[in-house]
Design a protein around this ligand. Sequence first.
Ligand SMILES: Nc1nc2c(ncn2[C@@H]2O[C@H](COP(=O)(O)OP(=O)(O)OP(=O)(O)O)[C@@H](O)[C@H]2O)c(=O)[nH]1
Ligand SMILES: [Mg+2]
Length: 406
Amino acid sequence: MIKQHLQNLALTKLSQTKALLGLLEPFIQDKASIDAVLNKEYKIAIVANMSAGKSTFINAMFADDILPAYSQATTDCPVYIYSDDNPDNDKAIIEFMDDKKSVELSKDEVKHQLKFYARKDSSELDDKYKSVKEIHLHWDFFSLQNHDNVHLKFVIIDTPGPNNTDEFQDKHRDITKNIIQEEADMVLYLFDYGQIDTNLELSKGNIWDMIKQRKERDAGFEVFFIVNKIDMAFEDNRSIKEIKSSKTRDEFYQRLKDFWFFHENKAIEKIRNSAIKYGFSNPNIFTASAEYQKLVRMKAITSDDKEKLNTLKTLFKGVFKDDWDTELIDYLKISWIENRTRLHLDNIEQNILENVYHNIEVMLKNAKLDCADTSNKLKISYMPRNPNTKHFDKKTGKWISKDNTI
Ligand SMILES: Nc1nc2c(ncn2[C@@H]2O[C@H](COP(=O)(O)OP(=O)(O)OP(=O)(O)O)[C@@H](O)[C@H]2O)c(=O)[nH]1
Ligand SMILES: [Mg+2]
């Protein structure tokens, strides 16, 4: 009976499992290591060479222009992003490399000032924005959220592109290398569609090399490969002979449909071949247009951006007629990547819970479950104490008075 109950709980929700483990506390040893596993923050780093669109990709996840994104090397320090579903928690904490005291930005200040703190130092920048070591940003994502205490918590990390050729190149490379090799649990590796051929080769010290080394050490290390700026493939598709020679608008749209995703697929194949060569036997590869996804999601955009977006919408309407809007969302792909990331996180959480459940099962096989007798301590792993827990009432599904037993 108890066992069944444990099984149902342990295999459903991390938070319930934590509470349940509080109840079993008299039998638990090695609490710290169990707490560490159950309270772990899963770190997902967005990595790429400079200007591939990492910060834009995260802005698309925010549905807002929060991080600086420009056509030259921009991001200068790691930005750790913690997302929950409470907008009152939104703020940023800036830490410096020199002796400046850390700064806390309110929600409003984040919107206006974060861009200056996160970007590369330059002579135009006020001294107060310089020498930033790292930024901790608490901000709401559009769809992928940490729901308080329900799921495994995740942190997204924006990183600087390591291949710029200025005086910051060593700093940027070291930050990215350290994050890939020591910190991240998973990486989203972005490629700029327009630069794909120059970014396929593994060479000493480049991102492929960093990822390959990590993968060799840690076979389960997950990487999603993402070809960003996929909207740029339209130009390449337009130059396909059959499309170029269309005589009417209708014929043009029809041929565009016939050759749909032609150059996009070529880009995917190139990444697939490299990923396989560098140790990923079955790589997860996506395409995305972070810039357009951001514009589609933002509440207010400039008239120039509106025009840019309308041009893309007109093209989709011409090719897909009534289905244009679903096809457009599918093409931009970020929702899809967010869903796959959520699935991945759920799988990780499931693994942790199954591990915990296995340990509980072992304990139940060996122990008399008598909370009054704390002498019978067994070594099990992954079992923290929830200090607020009293007893779990299976009728109401709530933790209530001490007198109720399961
Ligand atoms: N066409 C197109 N442009 C994009 C897309 N995503 C980003 N960009 C543009 O690419 C440029 C670089 O974007 P960022 O987001 O700053 O790139 P980054 O990878 O963060 O660059 P660093 O911080 O310098 O490493 C900006 O001008 C963006 O507007 C996209 O999907 N399509
Ligand atoms: Mg950036």
